[in-house]
Design a protein around this ligand. Structure first.
Ligand code: SAM
Ligand code: SF4
Ligand code: SF4
Length: 362
């Protein structure tokens, strides 16, 4: 067992979602509320379910620097999204802590205001490998919420999942540092793959109980086109809840806000809460309010997209106005009919040539 000291923090309370500012709705009346920005297509891990080393090897061609949206371009586009109704921005990748100047980006995003003068929720998803060193700068820049991905407590299993020689303690130290610095919310995402890290469900639950960290189990998804996903590799979220519940009884909690993707469960003994994201077995397309901006400024209205819906970088670099960019985003969203997870079982859906998650933003 790794000896990392956690300082308990207050579990996240229920937050009501403010829909009032949203000015664009898609074909299924879903408002545009969340923006995920991939700030790099590179990563220091090679999780087999995301960037399998056979594909993402030394011959893989990553985006050259000039093709990436600059930090200034990201901030400008983000401000346009906020005026259109976005209330939450998640910085992701690839591994966002690899992007130079990431804290400067956070600082600028944290200052964005909604048209009503409210603040925008800024969050980040990171693999945590560099978190110990970066946590203070991120906190000082205004980041209050971080999700760290960690698929096992056992080193050998973690290293198999991440195809790396990184030690789990490195990531746990990063989480502990974030706690010591007083991050408002810290979540841990664990993707569960049958026969690979299934045995870590209970050890992970045990480790994060009573720490204030919210552990969330994610069903392994068929994102991208390179991870060789098959349904048999998915451990249904309900099985995960049943397993944990047999050892540590759980009671269902109300959603934190409408459209929350994780189902929340609290330990009956007061040990905190967990979440399960049943993205394969219990689809939630009908409440999906997320849009994604790729590393090079392309817009995607679904995680499982085959094509981008607009090229915002082209508009930016052609010198288009904010108004023109706003109209392009609104057109995209209003035209949106995405519901891939609902269609997943159809052969046509499974044969899609989907964009990789590290580029589109997880
Ligand atoms: N590198 C960062 C990280 O791992 O947290 C951010 C990017 S990563 C693509 C974002 C999230 O997507 C991570 O929590 C990761 O576990 C999850 N993810 C990646 N591939 C997945 C898959 N095939 N199924 C389910 N979740 C996946
Ligand atoms: Fe990297 Fe995150 Fe993908 Fe793992 S899940 S390979 S850490 S981008
Ligand atoms: Fe949203 Fe697409 Fe996922 Fe459905 S499949 S929840 S539309 S990202």
């Amino acid at each position: 067992m790794h000896a990392v000291k956690f300082i308990p923090i207050k579990a996240a309370g229920t937050r009501l979602r403010d829909f009032s500012g949203s000015s664009v709705y898609d074909k299924s009346s879903r408002p545009l509320l969340d923006l995920r920005i991939s700030v790099t297509d590179r990563c220091n891990l090679r999780c087999t379910y995301c960037m399998p080393r056979e594909i993402f090897d030394k011959n893989h061609i990553y985006l050259p620097r000039k093709e990436l949206l600059s930090l200034e371009e990201i901030v400008r586009v983000a401000a346009v999204f906020v005026r259109l109704g976005v209330r939450k921005i998640r910085i992701t990748g690839g591994e966002p802590l690899l992007r130079r100047g990431i804290e400067n980006l956070i600082e600028k995003l944290a200052k964005l205001k909604t048209p009503e003068g409210g603040s925008v929720e800024i969050a980040m998803t990171s693999n945590g490998v560099l978190l110990s060193n970066k946590a203070r700068a991120l906190k000082d820049a205004g980041l209050a919420r971080i999700t760290v991905s960690l698929d096992a407590i056992n080193d050998a299993i973690f290293q198999r999942m991440s195809d790396s020689d990184v030690q789990v303690k490195t990531i746990l130290d990063g989480i502990a540092t974030a706690q010591q610095l007083g991050f408002e919310t810290i979540k841990v995402n664990m993707v569960v793959k049958r026969g690979v890290n299934e045995s870590e469900i209970l050890p992970m639950a045990r480790y994060f109980r009573n720490t204030g960290v919210i552990l969330r189990f994610i069903e392994y998804m068929d994102v991208g086109s390179s991870n060789g996903w098959v349904m048999d590799d998915v451990v249904p979220a309900q099985q995960i809840v049943d397993l944990i519940s047999r050892h540590y009884p759980l009671v269902s909690k109300a959603a934190g806000f409408s459209g929350e993707v994780a189902k929340r469960w609290a330990y009956v003994d007061g040990g905190g809460e967990i979440g399960v994201i049943a993205s394969v077995t219990q689809v939630f397309c009908h409440t999906c309010t997320r849009i994604r901006l790729s590393t090079d400024g392309k817009l995607y209205t679904c995680l499982f997209a085959e094509h981008s819906n607009a090229d915002l970088r082209a508009l930016l670099r052609q010198g288009q106005t904010d108004q023109a960019i706003s109209e392009a985003i609104a057109d995209c969203w209003q035209d949106r009919g995405d519901r891939y997870s609902e269609l997943r079982n159809e052969a046509s859906a499974l044969s899609r040539n989907k964009i990789e998650m590290s580029y589109i933003g997880g």
